[in-house]
Design a protein around this ligand. Structure first.
Ligand SMILES: C[S@@+](CC[C@H](N)C(=O)[O-])C[C@H]1O[C@@H](n2cnc3c(N)ncnc32)[C@H](O)[C@@H]1O
Length: 318
């Protein structure tokens, strides 16, 4: 790696894929946490989903962030350390770097080699920026590399990734961000809004079938990495808006009764039984601001896309 980019491996020491799958499939309602979608293939598929016309979130967020970049620069001030948990391809920070002029950038992701290659590409495009990339599972902690300079911090958390947490966990995660940025810290976050089920159902069932491939990739990963005896083709992708719970749910539904075997464990599926793989909670602006307040943040300003399609919020520590 070039001089101004360092890579730090704080690889997940929490739950492994094996433990998570065995625990999750042993539950009465089978589930696997969404962080296990993201091997190299999962990260590539997520980027491809972001280019689908039905998946309106990245385009709406791009319009908002580029529209408010100069205003953000005034509100945030230059020279902050910018930390991005779940940074993925590192595409979104590019929209803001010239405006924010950070003293350093700390992208964090669970998807190890994808993060390394994205950090190298970013370093080539922004040679003035010190980058300290860290492979981290942010579920319980957000350890920063020791090379990260002192100075005020900003966490950037776009893409409505907060929606993958159930609301009490989302509040805890916001509190973890608050502890990470400290008293003079700020948070810039993209959060999806509630909207008609038809729009959400289309967004999570793109016509090209990429979200289906992304969901099913979890089974391919289990088959390959855990040497599991399972047939991914015996499952289908199912995503829908659960309006009562205010969330999109993604499931893998068993097409027939079947048995999945992993290292001596056996998991039986009835036809139609599902594994719940992801929630994407949607928040009205007042709901999100209330949740952030519970975690110790005060709103500075927020921007809503046309028809309140998506929200970007700047918050400070209260
Ligand atoms: C929905 S994608 C969003 C990517 C990017 N932030 C964006 O807005 O396009 C979620 C990202 O978070 C990462 N991720 C998911 N769970 C994680 C965890 N527990 N710890 C660290 N990274 C995680 C994934 O690898 C993926 O890159």
């Amino acid at each position: 790696m070039t001089e101004h980019v360092t890579f730090h491996d704080h690889s997940p020491k929490t739950l492994s894929l094996y433990e998570a799958v065995v625990q999750g499939l042993s539950r009465p309602h089978k589930m696997i946490p969404p962080k296990f979608f993201y091997d190299d293939r999962g990260s590539e598929l997520f980027d491809a989903i972001c280019a689908q016309p039905e998946y309106y979130l990245p385009a709406a967020e791009h319009r908002l962030l580029t529209r408010c970049a100069d205003e953000l620069a005034d509100l945030v001030g230059g020279g902050r350390v910018v930390i991005e948990p779940g940074a993925g391809s590192l595409k979104k920070i590019r929209w803001l770097l010239d405006a924010l002029q950070p003293s350093a950038y700390v992208p964090m992701d669970i998807s190890h080699t994808y993060l390394q290659s994205a950090a190298r590409q970013l370093a080539a495009a922004f040679p003035w920026l010190p980058i300290h990339a860290a492979c981290v599972d942010f579920s319980h902690s957000m350890p920063l590399p020791r090379q990260v300079p002192e100075g005020p911090r900003l966490v950037f958390f776009p893409g409505s990734s907060l929606g993958n947490f159930h609301p009490p966990e989302a509040r805890d995660f916001l509190a973890l961000i608050r502890d990470t940025v400290g008293q003079d810290g700020m948070l810039l976050i993209g959060v999806d809004t509630k909207k008609p089920a038809a729009v959400l159902d289309a967004a999570y069932n793109d016509a090209a079938g990429l979200t289906a491939q992304f969901n099913l990739n979890l089974l391919h990963r289990i088959q390959r990495e855990l040497k599991a005896d399972c047939d991914p083709q015996g499952f289908r992708h199912h995503a829908f808006y659960n309006s009562a719970a205010g969330r999109v749910e993604m499931h893998l539904v068993s097409a027939q009764s079947q048995r999945l075997r992993i290292n001596g464990h056996r998991f039986d599926f009835d036809a139609g039984e599902s594994v719940h793989t992801e929630c994407s909670y949607k928040y009205a602006p007042a709901e999100f601001i209330g949740l952030a307040a519970d975690a110790g943040f005060v709103p500075v300003k927020h921007w809503l896309a046309q028809d309140d399609l998506f929200g970007v919020y700047l918050l400070a520590c209260g």
